[in-house]
Every structure is written in C-alpha cells, then in structure tokens.
Ligand binder design. Structure first.
Ligand code: AMP
Length: 344
C-alpha cells in the first residue's frame, strides 16, 4: 500500500511516500523558504502543488496537523466536519493549522476520493491529567478560553516510545521513559506506562526547554515589563520570544555544531543554560514517574551531539539511569497511524 505523508511546517513542507507496511521510502521531497521574499513558492498551496507526485496513484495521504485541541485524541479520517474543526482551532495554532488545511485541500482537488488522515501533534498528550495540564490561572480561563497545556511534538514522542519499548524489550504499556526531542524546537515528555503524563511545551510550543530561537520557560512578568517599560508591542514581544531568543539570543547563533566549536564565554553560557534546563526537566519527570527505564535522546541535537548527551547525563543522580539515542521519524509514525485508521 502506498501512503504519502505531508508534514507542513510554518515555512516548509516535508513529503514522503512510503510503501507500507514495509516502510520503504519511495519518494522524499522537501520544499522550504515558503513565503520568504524572493522565494519562487509563496504559499503552502503552491508548495504542495509543486511536489512530483501523482496523488491518483496513492492509496492514502497522512497529514501532520499541529493542533487538535481537546477534540482530537487520536488520528482520524478527514471529512468536512474534521476540516471545519481544524479550522476552528486556527486561533490556537495560527501559523500551522492553516498550512495543514492547505495541504488537505490540494489533495482533495487532485484526487477527490483518496482517503486522507489527520495525525495531530497534540493527540499523544491528551492523556495528561488535569493536574498536569491546567495552569494556576483563574479556572474559567481553562473552561471558557481553553487556556491549558496541550503539548506538541506528540508524533515524535509516540515514535520514540515504540522504538524505546522494542530496545528495552518491554511492552509499550509497561514502559516508563523520559523522551527528549532536542531539535531547533525542543520538548521533553514524561511517559508512564506508555502514556504521556507530562510534557514541557504548553499552551504553545514556546514553553519549556531552551530552543534554537525560543526562550522556553521565563517569568511571565518579563513579558509585561517588555511591554510596559520597554514599549515593545505584542507583535514585537512575540517575535523576540519565538525568533530571537533561545540559543540565538544568548550567543548569536542556534546551530549547536558551531556553538560547540566556539571557545567564547557566550557560547559556553548558552550551552550551560540549555543543558541545565534539560536536567531540571529530567529531574522533575523522575519525580513524576518514580520508575524510569531510560532517558531517550532524539532530534538533531539529541541524535548527533555526544557533548550535549554527556553533559546532561553527567550527574550523580542520573548516572545510574540508562540513556538511549533514537533517530526520530515523524513521517513514518504518521504512515503507521494512517494504516491504523484505515484498518478501523
Ligand atoms: P532538527 O530541528 O531536529 O532538525 O535539529 C536541528 C539542529 O540539530 C541544528 O540546529 C543543530 O543545532 C543540531 N545538530 C545537527 N547536527 C548536529 C551535530 N552533529 N552536532 C550538534 N548538533 C547538531
């Protein structure tokens, strides 16, 4: 069975065509710089139209959809109602859900009858308990405004769980691990008995670990100070926290390969802050889980940086915990999800 996977980011589209269940990759394409000045591709619609693929030859298409809110706890077959629900969630993911919808619409146009499946980044974390997902704000902010922890990177954490369980020779539902997806975006997840029970990203992907250009956890009063005392507009603060902070803000660049090579104080401090934050989350999640089978490193940094892995695990409390390195594969996980939905 041929399953295509469309993973639309805010300015890129990753496309993979799998033969399933063998998981062989038949085609692999990547379109980037969407919407940037001078780019020939100005939107996601054009990007997906530019892919060298005949959708009529494909059995099903899986789409990564960033935000499924509280509604989508599992992957689903896409129909008009599902598309409407993804649209309703746009205020929670203004950059991503519209791009995901564009992908679905192009496939509808090119091959109207092909089954399309939505796989949500948030779905894996819908097992969080209220004590993990409700913020200590007035409770009606959750009830009325749906302000809560959603968590992201769920497809990656779910894939890492499956692979880790195999390596640990454990049943998924008996696996207790801390997964670290450390890429340009980064998140940690505490998985108890095969279910996400806490995760570092929150209402948006801004919370938690120090990322390439996102600050992760900060005192929320800093935002007010920036607006009231530094006269920054809401848009300026948004750009500062999401695009100019993290490793980039600390030392001027966000590629850990380069930062590791540098010998200056700012580069060293940036890595120290990033490592300390990761360790703090591991420590917190060890308390949440009580039993930890392994800490799993993944994402561009987690998979490739021995330096970061060693720095993180070089700690008296962590030294007896097993660590695993697993290359994540969100597209393959989406293809597996599609198979699961089609079998239902
Ligand atoms: P991702 O978002 O998962 O593609 O991860 C991208 C990030 O991984 C890059 O920005 C680098 O910081 C990091 N990275 C990739 N390769 C290496 C490497 N060999 N050593 C350290 N960091 C790396």
């Amino acid at each position: 069975m041929k399953i295509a996977v469309i993973n639309s980011g805010s300015s890129s589209v990753k496309f993979k065509l799998f033969d399933m269940p063998s998981a062989n990759v038949i085609r692999d394409e990547f379109v980037e710089h969407i919407g940037e000045p001078n780019s020939p591709i100005q939107n996601h619609y054009e990007a997906i139209k530019s892919l060298h693929v005949n959708f009529a030859d494909i059995d099903a298409v899986g789409h990564r959809v960033v935000h499924g809110g509280e509604k989508f706890r599992n992957s689903v077959l896409i129909d008009d109602e599902v598309m409407e629900a993804i649209k309703d969630l746009i205020p929670l993911a203004p950059l991503h859900n519209p791009a995901n919808l564009e992908g679905i619409k192009v496939v509808c146009q090119k091959a109207a009858n092909i089954p399309q499946i939505a796989v949500f980044d948030t779905a894996f974390h819908t097992t969080l308990s209220k004590e993990a997902f409700v913020y200590a704000l007035p409770y009606e902010m959750y009830e009325k405004n749906k302000i809560r922890r959603y968590g992201f990177h769920g497809t990656s954490h779910a894939y890492l769980l499956q692979e880790a369980a195999t390596l640990l020779k454990k049943k998924v539902q008996e696996t207790n691990i801390i997964t670290l997806h450390l890429g340009n975006g980064a998140s940690a997840c505490a998985i108890k008995n095969g279910k996400s029970c806490d995760t570092s990203m929150g209402f948006t992907p801004l919370e938690g670990l120090v990322m390439g250009t996102r600050c992760g956890d900060i005192d929320p009063a800093i935002v007010l100070f920036m607006q009231n005392e530094l006269d920054l507009s809401a848009d300026e603060v948004d750009a500062l926290l999401n695009k100019k902070s993290g490793l980039l803000g600390l030392c001027g660049e966000n590629d850990v390969r380069n930062i590791e090579r540098r010998k200056d104080d700012k580069a060293k401090l940036a890595l120290d802050i990033m490592v300390r934050r990761i360790q703090k989350y591991i420590g917190a999640y060890m308390i949440v889980l009580e039993d930890v089978d392994a800490v799993v490193f993944s994402g561009g940094i987690g998979e490739n940086s021995l330096y970061v892995r060693e720095r993180v695990m070089n700690n008296k409390i962590l030294k007896n915990i097993k660590s695993l390195v697993i290359k994540t594969d969100e597209e393959l996980q989406i293809a597996h999800e599609c198979l699961g939905v089609l079998k239902e």
